[in-house]
Design a protein around this ligand. Structure first.
Ligand code: AMP
Length: 509
């Protein structure tokens, strides 16, 4: 079984998968190289520093493993027993990719990438967020990595026996010259363009930079000084692999995926431009008579893909919003617009409005003993630091952070209560969020920023001044506009972070 990053009622969804799905996935991976070859020559003359990681597994009641689709691929013989391919010569030894401890895995993979820095022709990770986490790890740990290179000895905190054994070949001799070069580069004040200095022959960065990952494009451009194209090769999910990008060097905003009709049976549910359903039926339903066939989709229109898969899903709604932007022969080319109903996301977790609202509703109860009332809230994915984290803007009536001197009747709400509110929100968010926070560490501690009374009225005024209707105005549950964000930040009186990780245990399905 595959566990997807989608959840249902807070639980991770699990998808059936069959052995031959691995053949289909391998086919798509193999297809990306001939496509790249048309645009970037000589990729067989060096290595790829791709940082791949396995995720925690679940187990079904009868003991079947349930893994994410990529973990299942890395653990399969299709990956582990692949024949040597000069076009796919990775710097990371397989054992470092398969290491369950993400810190040890990251250290070893970056070390191998640095040792081979002059042969590396491409850089990447599956998601842009994961690649930026690697850069952040490097910022914190380059001295230790250089020490390993200088001494030819792996740091003692790497205890995984497979990692130690494979890295002994990578670090076969002490290399003080290489350690000095890397030290010089990493000691600079600014890390703008650092990727091109550390890996001077790199020709591009490969990672998903579409959908919610688009928020990471500016950071990737900063670290590459805008010199390395950002390549997004495919659109895929646990349910099915969908398509490939035939113009890999295009701007991230223009990426379109050509659907591969042999991956599954594709049908499409017509949607409004913002992902709204055009017809009246329940969210979970599939109106069979309204589905459009692959060959009948229309240019410019928006759809949700509905798949029937070899593994047994029948007319399954994938939950994404796609726009048809062209055709390759007769195969539709789609742009990934967004995930339906997702309000906020910083890594692979996808939080919808309902989950966010439920979590905030539970957490705000902690204010009640202090006569505090949460008047309004909104959220923002802060990705200015790595890992990104959720910011909630809270307007609290009466209780805010008042001292007794300011309001004799108000009971003081001290910071620890708001910190407890932060963790209470996180404890209520879904399984994948909590896994990203507690296990993968790909999402940082949630922050509550308390704003001055009247802030949400000012926010409404701003949106109305920009054309929103007064009658229909609803506070957006996630802020996208820079102006609105600036306004909110100018009204912040205090900010609080979650003091600990939310509880998360690998689940029996
Ligand atoms: P999962 O089932 O956990 O593998 O997640 C699959 C979901 O990830 C898809 O349904 C999309 O929402 C998202 N996704 C996959 N590939 C892309 C892509 N290239 N661009 C944007 N989102 C993507």
């Amino acid at each position: 079984m595959l566990c997807s990053s989608g959840t249902s009622g807070g639980e991770p969804k699990i998808m059936p998968s069959i052995a031959e799905d691995l053949e289909r996935r391998t086919f798509v991976y193999n297809l990306t190289m001939p496509i790249m070859n048309q645009y970037v020559p000589d990729l067989d003359e060096g290595k790829a520093m791709y940082l791949f990681f396995v995720k925690a597994e679940m187990s079904t009641p009868c003991g079947l493993p349930a893994r994410t689709v990529l973990t299942s691929y890395y653990k399969s013989k299709h990956f582990k027993c692949r024949t040597h391919d000069p076009w796919n010569d990775f710097t990371s030894p397989d054992q470092t990719i398969l290491c369950n401890d993400s810190n040890q895995s990251m250290h070893c993979q970056l070390l191998a990438g640095l040792v081979h820095r002059r042969q590396v022709l491409r850089l990447g990770a599956v998601f842009a967020s994961a690649f930026l986490r690697a850069i952040s790890f490097l910022e914190r740990n380059w001295r230790q990595l250089c020490e390993d290179i200088r001494s030819g000895k792996l740091s003692s905190f790497i205890t995984d026996p497979s990692c130690r054994s494979c890295m002994s070949t990578v670090l076969s001799t002490p290399d003080p010259c290489l350690a000095d070069e890397i030290t010089r580069i990493c000691s600079q004040n600014s890390w703008k363009g650092i990727l091109c200095q550390l890996w001077p022959k790199a020709k591009y960065i490969e990672a998903v930079v579409t959908g919610s990952m688009a928020q990471y494009v500016p950071a990737l451009k900063h670290y590459s000084d805008g010199k390395l194209p950002l390549v997004c090769t495919m659109y895929a999910s646990s349910e099915c692999y969908f398509g490939v990008n035939l113009k890999p060097l295009c701007d991230p905003a223009d990426v379109a995926f050509t659907l591969l009709p042999n991956m599954g049976y594709f049908e499409f549910l017509p949607l409004g431009h913002n992902g709204t359903l055009l017809m009246d039926f329940d969210e979970g339903d599939v109106p069979n008579d309204k589905l459009v066939d692959l060959v009948h989709v229309k240019l410019g229109c928006f759809y949700e893909p509905v798949v029937t898969t070899f593994a047994g899903l029948y007319r399954y709604r994938v939950g994404d919003v796609l726009q048809v932007v062209g055709f390759h022969n007769n195969a539709p080319q789609v742009r990934f617009i967004c995930r339906r109903n997702v309000v906020i996301s910083v890594d692979t977790e996808k939080t919808n409005e309902e989950d966010l609202h439920r979590s905030v509703t539970m957490a705000k109860k902690l204010l009640e003993p202090y006569d505090g009332l949460l008047v309004e809230y909104t959220s923002y994915p802060d990705t200015s630091s790595v890992p990104g984290h959720y910011v909630l803007y809270w307007e609290i009536l009466y209780c805010g952070i008042k001292t007794e001197a300011e309001n004799e009747n108000a009971v003081v709400v001290d910071g620890s209560v708001l910190e407890e509110c932060c963790i209470a929100v996180e404890e209520q968010l879904d399984y994948v969020y909590r896994r990203c926070r507690s296990h993968d560490k790909s999402v940082g501690p949630l922050e509550i920023r308390v704003v001055e009374p009247g802030t949400f009225d000012s926010l409404m005024d701003l949106f109305i001044s920009q054309g929103a209707s007064i009658n229909q105005y609803k506070t957006p549950r996630c802020i996208k506009s820079k102006k609105a964000l600036k306004l909110l930040n100018s009204k912040v009186t205090a900010s609080f972070f979650s003091p600990r990780d939310p509880k998360w245990v690998p689940k029996m399905c």
